[in-house]
Design a protein around this ligand. Structure first.
Ligand code: UD1
Ligand code: CA
Length: 467
């Protein structure tokens, strides 16, 4: 192993990403909930380098601020040094832009900034082999079913590394080579620096190719080797929206495999849209067409029916979430039941065994233990105690046009159907509220609040019959 203090990882992310046809810089497009650059940084971090260099150029400010804002949550603890490439004249120039950083290290691991499926385990193996057999450079080569667009690895008749030929410069014979350059390399830093100074512009766009440094180093009689892996998916470079979708698909299946290995039941893994960082407990059953995103954590023995959407939420054990339910930034305790078609908006907290049913919307509220909001209700900015029953069609009127106000419903309150709570208002424990009431004033404990006009029945002629 290289002593980590001698290792620097350099990520190239300055390119224009023209083929994405997007106003968003390529490193910020997301794959399974995280920007591409976050996946690369996380893999780099796994090697615990002394520093991570990030070459930025196109959309530099946007990329830099997104990385600075996200770094801590992606677990990046190595110092990240930004280097700006102003000329955008190829991957060789990108590395040159980071020379002051490279000069401080013996070993430099270079990663393209557009390969989100890279595997830390492969990088680790490469590093061990590189260090065991002192050499000038090593490249990760994989054989792919469709090598079009990638640089091909050309070998000598003896099967040794000879050169990398870019797709744009390859003749018909070279294009048949299936072994491609993954865009992941380890260099002896001194050799890399010498080779960079000898690069000349190449290809239809007059670019300085980083890939040419390998043949230059070889001519310096330093060994250059290819590290091979059979897992070719890790080398997928995202250059277009189609490749972005392909990366998403592959990563989703990887996540599904991880979850199934951990005991989760996925009815149709290929139709489960689960972000890379999601955690789910054993024997939870996920039906097809669920979207489980961001930093969501789901416990054991839950049932998540089809078409459920959950983002950045914590769901405890033994929870049932029926079809069409939508949950964002909320907490659901054990044994709760939701849906079908329930909606938890941010900062909703459901305590143990609570139920939120059909077409009920909860926002920034606590629903106490065992409380029920089963049908067609809106509960916002509310503190609800335990054992409360909320009748169908109940609404908290939390907004007066200017400010939001709180509703407090204490333990064991019984709310009849179609009640309005005009906040701020408090209903004390064991109170009952008559159906159809509009409650504007505090209701004491154990009392009955009714606020509706008495029924009047008129005869045909308009004469009062009774009241
Ligand atoms: C590159 C390799 C190719 C390899 C493929 C793997 C070169 C010359 N070719 O091709 O051999 O098979 O990756 O995916 O390197 N970049 C900069 N500044 C620039 C240009 C590019 O920072 O001026 C960065 C890009 O942001 C990207 C990386 O370098 O992250 C690779 O550039 P890209 O244009 O995607 O190269 P490919 O054509 O994919
Ligand atoms: Ca690329």
């Amino acid at each position: 192993m290289v002593a980590q203090k001698n290792l620097c990882i350099l990520i190239l992310a300055a390119g224009k990403g023209t083929r994405m046809k997007s106003s968003l810089p390529k490193p910020l497009h997301t794959v399974c909930g995280l920007p591409i650059i976050a996946h690369i940084l996380k893999a780099a971090q796994a090697l615990e380098p002394a520093a991570i260099g990030l070459v930025i150029g196109h959309g530099a400010d946007q990329v830099m601020s997104a990385v600075k804002a996200g770094m801590a949550s992606w677990g990046i603890t190595s110092p990240v040094v930004f280097a700006e490439q102003t000329d955008l004249s190829g991957s060789g120039s990108a590395v040159k832009a980071a020379l002051p950083l490279l000069q401080k290290f013996e070993t430099v691991f270079v990663l393209n900034g557009d390969t989100p499926l890279l595997l830390p385990s492969t990088l680790q193996q490469m590093l061990s082999v590189f260090e065991a057999q002192k050499q000038g450079a090593m490249v990760l080569g994989v054989s792919v079913p469709d090598p079009a667009g990638y640089g091909r690895i050309v070998r000598t008749p003896e099967g040794m590394f000879e050169a990398i030929v870019e797709d744009a410069d390859a003749d018909a014979e070279t294009k048949k080579i299936a072994e491609i350059n993954s865009g992941m390399y380890i260099f002896n830093s001194a050799a890399l620096q010498t080779a960079l100074s000898q690069l000349t512009p190449q290809g239809p766009k007059n670019e300085y190719y980083l890939t040419d440094t390998l043949s230059i180093i070889r001519q310096m009689t330093l060994p250059v080797t290819v590290f091979n892996s059979t897992d070719y998916e890790q080398a997928l470079g995202v250059n277009s929206k189609a490749q972005l979708a392909e990366a998403e698909q592959i990563m989703r299946l990887r996540t599904a495999k991880r979850l199934m290995d951990e005991g989760v039941t996925l009815v149709r893994p290929q139709d489960s849209y689960i972000d890379a960082e999601v955690q789910i407990g054993a024997d939870t059953r996920i039906e097809p067409g669920c979207h489980i995103y961001g930093k969501t954590v789901i416990g054991k023995n839950c049932l998540i029916e089809s078409g459920v959407y959950i983002k950045d939420s914590v769901i405890a054990d033994n929870v049932t979430i029926k079809m069409g339910t939508y949950i964002e930034e909320s907490e659901v305790a054990e044994e709760c039941q939701l849906g079908p078609y329930a909606h938890l908006r941010p900062k909703s907290v459901l305590k143990k065994g609570a139920k939120v049913g059909n077409f009920s919307e909860i926002k920034k509220s606590v629903i106490g233990e065992g409380s029920k909001v089963n049908h067609l209700s809106y509960i916002g900015d509310t503190q609800m105690g335990a054992g409360v029953n909320v009748g169908a069609g109940t609404i908290t009127c939390n907004y007066d046009g200017k400010n939001k106000h709180q509703t407090v419903i204490e333990d064991h309150v019984f709310v009849g159907s179609n009640v309005n709570f005009v906040a701020p208002v408090t209903v004390h424990e064991y109170a009952k509220i008559g159906a159809g009431s509009t409650i504007t004033k505090e209701i004491p404990a154990e009392s009955l609040g009714i606020a509706r006009s008495r029924q009047v029945v008129l005869e045909k002629k308009g004469v009062k019959k009774n009241d």
